[in-house]
Design a protein around this ligand. Structure first.
Ligand code: ADP
Ligand code: ZN
Ligand code: ZN
Length: 723
């Protein structure tokens, strides 16, 4: 008897398969990765076949048959990867598998479908009729002639006649109708010129040669390509991808965010053509499904996309690239909280593929553990721009969010024309409000954070839950009218910049403005303008590739440093170094200004010198001393509940379950409170140990134990390698 072991695609943590189903003759094609609709108690649900077997533990009469098998399914390789993600990130098999099934595969709705279109083909009788063999109406003749001209076949809608005529032509046997699949093609964003192949520099050629050896397995497969923006990393990826294709293998290129980097996609498309598919969330459901299926069928063999493209259904993977490997978007926020870089590493290992990480500002982990290739110069030979660190302590900072030097350079730009980028850590107008008399601070009722003033929207907003309320004119507590406003977000900085630059247009890029216009629009307008200032959040420092930036400003370079997180230094360094590294490529040179309250912090000092190796050496020493990654692994478990006591007591009991299971030398920190979010009280337990595997195993069994107890109103999430 043929048995399929099926993991139901449900989100509940407590329900876990696989469950056995008997495969009848009509489902003989079912294999590992097939998606089946199965009876499940009183329901019919979708599930993934994770294994085939000869027999079941259950007696035959208790085994049900799947109702049907969907046309599109995952591959056995992806099933293994999905199950690994479920385990490794302490989630469930179903949630792991949910990442590898065709886009649009739902719990009980219809599966994703191809778009069908009616096609008409001219028959021999049709040709004879046109030659005068039989009588034809005017409409009928027109349709047949059009078909003949098109070489004998056309989509039904292109016949140019009504459906009645089409039907009667088919009834007379003059045409033959069939249903064919129509490909829903994602719009290709053409940005910049077509990308003709370039002649690689010596350094690039060397890097490609090593990458090709890694593809062929004649050397270790993991590489870190370190080089500033413009040093030609993308050309190396392109050449390595072409080499993988020549060998009949496929490639995946992960990029941080397609919305910010349409250029990357465009370059791959214009160089490698239709073999390139793209997978990202801005595609329509139909487009996404069709691109996915092109990859699954091998019609496309290169996939470019963000985080989730690591699950692209290509076969025989030869190369997996993670561009801008330092970017935090590679970490998924919801469960499973996977890190696409780790999933990519695993997938490359399993597939025997080369694994290439690339960045101008690599993570300390990659720097310390992965073999390095360096592109030390920009392809155009231009030096990196000098960076001036501006001390905002004391009078300079108290007077205005913009340092006098910043205002001076902006005024200069206003007079001479050109482009500038200004980066601010926060969106909104002002960062928080307080009462001058009683000290009351306006806070979110659902989260323990202060509210941010948005002048354009006319409200106070919580940046964590979206809560909004009216801008107060007096204090809620003491009715005083003295309300003090503190700090400057993008809105206010944009105003101040506009005042300083005069006639040069100022554009704002943050999630408030992209919600209205989209990234593409704003970036294109800025790209096309002769002169302009782009003011925005961290987005402005990522992905953009404008060769003509004369001035780049970081308004609050230390804001990131103040986060209570061991990655704060790494983030602050990347933020400043990335923006600086993308500037000053115009013939007129460039200036970078870095305003900060911490001018002596190593992250700022090294970023100002474009010195990644120097920063990383010091940072790794600090990590070693404090026992942080890569010298230890961390696993964070978070419990949340609307009830504070319940969150606390569950956290205490979790800690006591965990404690005896920890591997030797590992430590448990907490339970510690984290700030309340969306009305939920939070407690966290942090595990720290030498190796990730045993730490994850302890966390997994403790969480499973907790799930069995089904504690009301408490939810648990596990973050392996927390950001
Ligand atoms: P990175 O990915 O490191 O930012 P790119 O590969 O995008 O660098 O290269 C920067 C620019 O230089 C691009 O416009 C690219 O087309 C061009 N370029 C890269 N390599 C060469 C080369 N060998 N010869 C000429 N132009 C090149
Ligand atoms: Zn007050
Ligand atoms: Zn809130």
């Amino acid at each position: 008897m043929a048995i399929a072991k099926v993991e139901p695609l449900v989100t509940a943590r407590a329900l876990r398969g696989p469950f056995d189903y008997r495969l009848p003759e009509r489902l003989a094609d079912v294999s590992v990765g097939t998606i089946v609709r199965v009876p499940f108690g009183p329901r019919r649900i979708l599930g993934v076949v994770v294994e085939l077997a000869e027999r079941s533990e259950l007696p035959p009469e208790r085994l049900a048959e799947p109702i049907e098998a969907l046309e599109a399914g995952a591959t056995p390789e992806l099933v293994r990867l999905g199950l690994w993600v479920g385990r490794e990130y302490c989630s469930t098999p179903a949630r792991g598998l949910g990442l590898v099934v065709p886009p649009g595969t739902g719990g009980d709705g219809p599966g994703p479908r191809a778009a069908l279109e009616r096609h008409a083909a001219l028959t021999a009788e049709g040709r004879a009729a046109l030659d005068g063999g039989s009588r034809l109406g005017t409409q009928q003749r027109a349709a047949l002639q059009r078909l003949l001209k098109a070489g004998g076949a056309l989509a039904g809608t292109q016949l140019g006649v009504g459906s009645g005529t089409v039907r009667s032509l088919a009834a007379r046997g003059l045409i033959e109708l069939s249903s064919v699949e129509r490909r829903r093609r994602p719009a290709s964003v053409a940005v910049g010129a077509e990308h003709a192949p370039v002649r690689l520099t010596g350094a690039q050629e060397q890097a490609v040669a090593v990458a090709v050896e890694a593809i062929d397995g004649s050397r270790p497969r993991e590489l870190l390509l370190h080089g500033v923006t413009g040093s030609g990393k993308t050309e190396v990826y392109l050449a390595a991808a072409a080499a993988a294709l020549e060998r009949g293998r496929s490639a995946i290129v992960l990029v941080p965010e397609i919305g910010l980097t349409p250029q990357a996609l465009h370059r791959f498309r214009s160089r490698l053509g239709e073999r390139v598919a793209v997978l990202h969330s801005a595609l329509s459901a139909g487009e996404r499904f069709d691109e996915w299926r092109r990859l699954r069928r091998g019609e496309a063999t290169v996939c470019v996309g963000p985080r989730s493209a690591v699950f692209a259904p290509v076969s025989d993977l030869g190369l997996l690239v993670v561009d801008e490997e330092h970017d935090s978007s590679y970490k998924q926020e919801g469960d499973p909280r996977y890190d696409a870089r780790e999933v990519a590493r695993r997938r490359a290992q399993e597939a025997g593929a080369a694994f290439v990480l690339g960045s101008a500002t690599p993570r300390p982990e990659s720097w310390a553990t992965v073999e390095r290739l360096t592109l030390s110069e920009r392809v155009d030979g231009q030096a990196l721009p000098p960076v001036e660190v501006l001390d905002m302590r004391g009078a300079a900072g108290a007077a205005s969010p913009l340092h006098p030097r910043t205002r001076e350079e902006l005024a200069h730009l206003g007079a001479s024309g050109g482009k500038a980028i200004v980066m601010v850590n926060r969106r909104g107008y002002q960062v928080h409000l307080s009462c001058r008399v009683c000290g009351h601070v306006w806070r979110c009722p659902r989260c323990d954070v202060s509210l941010v003033l948005h002048r354009h929207a006319g409200s106070l907003r919580c940046h964590h839950c979206g809560h909004g309320e009216a801008i107060p004119s007096r204090c809620d507590e003491c009715a005083s009218v003295g309300v003090a406003h503190h700090g400057a977000g993008t809105e206010r900085v944009a105003e101040l910049v506009a005042a300083a630059v005069g006639d040069v247009p100022v554009m704002r890029l943050d999630t408030d403005t992209t919600a209205r216009h989209g990234h593409g629009d704003i970036l294109r307008r800025f790209g096309d303008a002769d002169a302009g200032v782009l003011v925005g959040t961290q987005m402005v420092g990522k992905g953009h590739d404008f060769p003509d930036i004369l001035l780049a400003v970081v308004v609050d370079a230390d804001a990131t440093l103040r986060f209570p997180n061991f990655r704060a230094e790494e983030r602050a360094f990347a933020l400043v170094a990335q923006l600086a590294g993308r500037s000053g490529r115009s013939a007129r040179g460039g200036t970078v200004l870095c305003q900060t309250l911490a001018p002596d912090a190593p992250a700022i000092v090294h970023a100002a010198r474009h010195d990644a190796p120097g920063f990383l050496a010091g940072e790794l020493e600090r990590r070693r001393a404090l026992g942080y990654p890569p010298f230890a692994s961390l696993v964070r478990i978070e419990l949340t509940s609307p009830d504070s006591d319940r969150a606390q007591s569950t956290a205490v009991s979790l800690a006591s379950v965990l404690e005896p299971t920890l591997p030797e030398g590992a430590t448990l920190l907490g339970p510690a409170p984290r700030f309340r979010l969306r009305g939920r009280h939070r407690r966290q337990v942090l595990l720290k140990g030498a190796e990730r595997g045993p730490l994850v195993a302890s966390a997994r069994s403790a969480v499973e134990e907790l799930t069995k107890r089904r504690i009301r109103d408490v939810s648990v999430s596990v973050d392996v390698d927390p950001a």
